[in-house]
Write a protein that binds this ligand. Structure first.
Ligand SMILES: *[C@@H]1O[C@H](CO)[C@@H](O)[C@H](O)[C@H]1NC(C)=O
Ligand SMILES: *[C@@H]1O[C@H](CO)[C@@H](O)[C@H](O)[C@H]1NC(C)=O
Ligand SMILES: *[C@@H]1O[C@H](CO)[C@@H](O)[C@H](O)[C@H]1NC(C)=O
Ligand SMILES: *[C@@H]1O[C@H](CO)[C@@H](O)[C@H](O)[C@H]1NC(C)=O
Ligand SMILES: *[C@@H]1O[C@H](CO)[C@@H](O)[C@H](O)[C@H]1NC(C)=O
Ligand SMILES: *[C@@H]1O[C@H](CO)[C@@H](O)[C@H](O)[C@H]1NC(C)=O
Ligand SMILES: [Ca+2]
Length: 528
């Protein structure tokens, strides 16, 4: 049976909208927008300001996230508000309400340990005519890469609760009411879009608040959060941190040797997928042997010492706990070439040191020279705010008809795609289904880095970091994972594949796990 395409769905909704809103002129929208400031009375919520933005504009933002120089494309009403979640915590948020609305609510996620409303995702989704909301996840913070970042967690368990599970939920509750008040009707469907921490928020929402969203898009999710963060700490330690300067440690690998490592990894593993293109389609199939680079005889340059070889074995091996149990998957071979690779960043990873000090130990200073497996296990034991997000019971979300799309770059240097396979397997095991195709699909993106970028066909409408929004028109559901989600929720058409577009305009078909991406001699196909 022929199915309606995303374009048809979008167009259909457009007519519905046009009919409902025919009486509204630009002036009306402007007036209605400004009046929201005094007319809205929502529980625990203060409307800080409302601004009507008629033409593409660079906007200013409160707090630390100013530097992201956000822009609005669509004519819209911007509502800034704050929700008190307890007497010692609050979530700042914005709703962007486009004049041309297709009847859908959408909430965008956050990144790192932030702290920053994702303005580029608000711009992307409002340009696709969603009414969108973004929150600061309960505190003002840059994302966790600054050593002092996320200090707001210190002795504020309710701020941690906002970050761990509550901010997205209250953003949806209050956001939907603002949307309803502005358009004088409720949104027909609700969506979530996020990556990284946003991917974890996506999973947490489906687990804890399964009624909040009909369709959820969660990329590169930081699920099993405590162990993901613990792995950052262990990786820092493998390469000598916190010894300073980094080069003073015999475990440290300088930049020129990393280049050698990356070349050797490609020499050993690039052709495993049948195509020599610097993309290792499935890094899990790559058994990299760093011994190939070990110095022999009198060699001292352009080769690795046995201590450095050992450090690489640690990096490219899974993280096991004190009892030998798997704590977290290994770092993907090939991802060390990405600029974000933490193994190449001297000092303790700030994500780990901030979270461990401010949220786990409740201290401002800590000596990391003994950081080890016992500390990783302690983090998961304390599990602040229940942030682990590693539970396979999506039965309530599935039973109410929720649809979940996930994606993960195989060359992600921050969170390994292997962990998303593990999450899939956990859900399948928990629900006793061999395949989750009827409500949950995971697309693995060969060569892609963290949420986007990297090599390969990494733009498919994921709308993170502005990636894939500019330059490439991807508003067909075959090429745009957000529109594919809309099709699935509203027309029952599930995406069999997602076609990604590379910077040079070439495309590649991405496969849903557990299918594999296979070169048939002419094209990439998906194979069971
Ligand atoms: C898709 O994008 C193209 C080019 O930007 C535009 O002409 C077309 O109207 C868009 N279609 C939909 C359904 O938004
Ligand atoms: C939110 O909390 C602040 C600070 O405690 C308080 O001043 C404000 O009145 C509260 N707002 C609402 C709507 O409860
Ligand atoms: C509130 O919005 C108006 C425009 O609607 C703007 O002129 C004003 O500066 C804003 N106030 C604050 C405190 O941001
Ligand atoms: C926004 O700012 C950037 C850089 O400052 C500038 O290039 C761009 O033209 C501005 N866009 C608008 C719509 O004002
Ligand atoms: C308002 O906040 C209080 C806690 O401060 C909470 O108990 C109550 O449920 C909140 N109201 C709503 C509608 O969320
Ligand atoms: C830090 O405080 C939290 C409560 O906010 C508590 O659960 C945790 O056990 C404390 N950490 C340590 C190491 O005592
Ligand atoms: Ca290859």
């Amino acid at each position: 049976m022929p199915r309606p395409s995303a374009a048809a769905v979008v167009l259909l909704s457009c007519f519905v909208f046009t009919f409902a809103a025919a009486a509204q002129s630009r002036t009306d929208w402007h007036t209605n927008c400004l009046s929201l400031k005094t007319s809205l009375h929502l529980d625990n919520t203060t409307i800080l300001n409302t601004t009507y933005i008629a033409a593409p504009t660079n906007i200013t933002t409160p707090g630390i996230c100013q530097s992201t120089a956000p822009v609005t494309s669509a004519p819209l009403c911007r509502v800034e508000f704050v929700i008190n979640t307890t007497s010692s915590s609050a979530v700042h948020a914005e709703a962007w309400l486009p004049d041309t609305w297709y009847g859908r609510f959408l909430e965008v996620g956050d990144g790192g340990l932030g702290g920053c409303i994702d303005y580029s995702a608000l711009d992307y989704t409002t340009s696709l005519h969603f009414a969108s909301v973004g929150t600061d996840n309960g505190h003002d913070g840059g994302g966790g890469t600054d050593p002092g970042d996320a200090h707001q967690f210190l002795n504020h368990p309710e701020v941690i609760n906002d970050f761990a599970f509550r901010a997205i939920h209250v953003g949806a509750e209050i956001g939907k009411q603002i949307v309803q008040a502005y358009y004088a009707r409720a949104a027909a469907k609700s969506y979530f879009l996020g990556c990284s921490t946003g991917g974890r928020q996506a999973m947490q929402s489906a687990l804890k608040f399964p009624d909040d969203f009909d369709g959820i898009l969660g990329g590169a999710p930081a699920t099993d959060f405590n162990n993901a963060i613990g792995a950052f700490g262990m990786i820092s330690r493998y390469f000598g941190a916190p010894i300073s300067p980094a080069e003073a440690s015999p475990k440290w690998i300088p930049a020129d040797l990393w280049e050698l490592v990356s070349k050797e990894i490609l020499r050993q593993c690039d052709a495993l997928d049948g195509v020599v293109d610097e993309i290792i389609t499935d890094p899990d199939a790559c058994e990299f042997r760093p011994e190939a680079l070990q110095c022999t005889g009198s060699e001292t340059t352009n080769c690795l010492t046995p201590i450095q070889v050992e450090a690489l074995h640690n990096l490219y091996g899974p993280l096991y706990g004190l009892e030998g149990q798997l704590l977290y998957p290994r770092f993907p071979p090939g991802a060390e070439a990405d600029p974000l690779a933490t193994a190449k960043i001297p000092g303790m990873a700030a994500f780990l040191s901030n979270w461990f000090r401010f949220a786990v130990l409740n201290v401002t200073e800590h000596d990391f020279s003994t950081f080890g497996l016992a500390d990783v296990e302690l983090m998961d034991e304390i599990n602040p705010g229940g942030i682990a997000t590693f539970n396979g019971d999506l039965s309530t979300f599935r039973n109410r008809g929720g649809k979940f799309l996930s994606y993960h770059g195989s060359r992600d240097p921050l969170l390994p795609a292997t962990n998303s396979k593990r999450m899939y397997d956990l859900i399948a095991h928990t629900l006793s289904f061999p395949l989750l195709d009827d409500f949950y699909r995971l697309f693995l993106i060969p060569g892609m880095g963290h949420c986007g970028n990297g090599l390969g066909a990494s733009a498919f409408g994921q709308g993170i970091l502005g990636f894939g929004v500019n330059g490439i028109a991807m508003n067909a559901s075959s090429h745009n994972i957000l529109l594919a989600l809309v099709d699935w929720v509203e027309s029952g058409v599930a995406p069999p594949t997602i076609i990604g577009t590379a910077v040079d305009g070439s495309v590649r078909t991405h496969c849903r796990y557990p299918q594999r991406s296979v070169w048939d001699g002419t094209v990439w196909i998906c194979s069971d």
